[in-house]
Design a protein around this ligand. Sequence first.
Ligand code: CA
Length: 239
Amino acid sequence: MKNMPRVLVVEDEPAIAELIAVNLRHHGFAPTWAMDSETAQRELDAVLPDVILLDWMLPGESGLSLARKWRKDARTKSVPIIMLTARGDEADRVAGLDAGADDYIVKPFSTNEMLARIRAVLRRRAPEQAGGSVAIGALLLDAATHRVSYDGQPLRLGPTEFRLLHYLMQNAERVHSRGQLLDKVWGDHVFIEERTVDVHVKRLREALGPAGSLVETVRGAGYRLTAQPLAQARPASAD
Ligand code: CA
């Protein structure tokens, strides 16, 4: 039996929502439409989707605020969110990623671009569902239960940060360029800029708290996760 991925489309413009839904259905997805934040919340409470397409500009609560809220909620925090936005400048895109979105699509977009991005976030999710645990010093990641802890203290990570950490831990001590990380962690990076890696590394460090220094920036080369960080030598105010 074919399992059709469920897509929650949060979009207040019926014409756009309808076009998205028709295309999704045509390509083997099961879309649900919510035209405002209350309806979206009701849909989420009823059935957890595999991915959320979230319009930035909504009447009432904004998509940005919804993304932030859902990312904090234990039940919804692992559901990938793709922001739909008419805004094109970098500050807004970074704000979307900072709010917890996994990706964004700038309107107007083609069906192919939308499908490619949805498939990419679903693909990225798949590997972490299999697999055991990996430990680097006091940092422990259990891929099966999706749990991360440091010194026995549980840590909360968004889905992209979890994948990034998983990859870095499986390949510890090695330096990875931004392009390599996009390849390995994001999978399909046709539409993703290298700046995205920096945003997620920053969020990963914040989520790791005291273990954040294990993720090192290697100047001019990229990033690595190391059991012996040199970060104590870095000024406290660094990024
Ligand atoms: Ca809108």
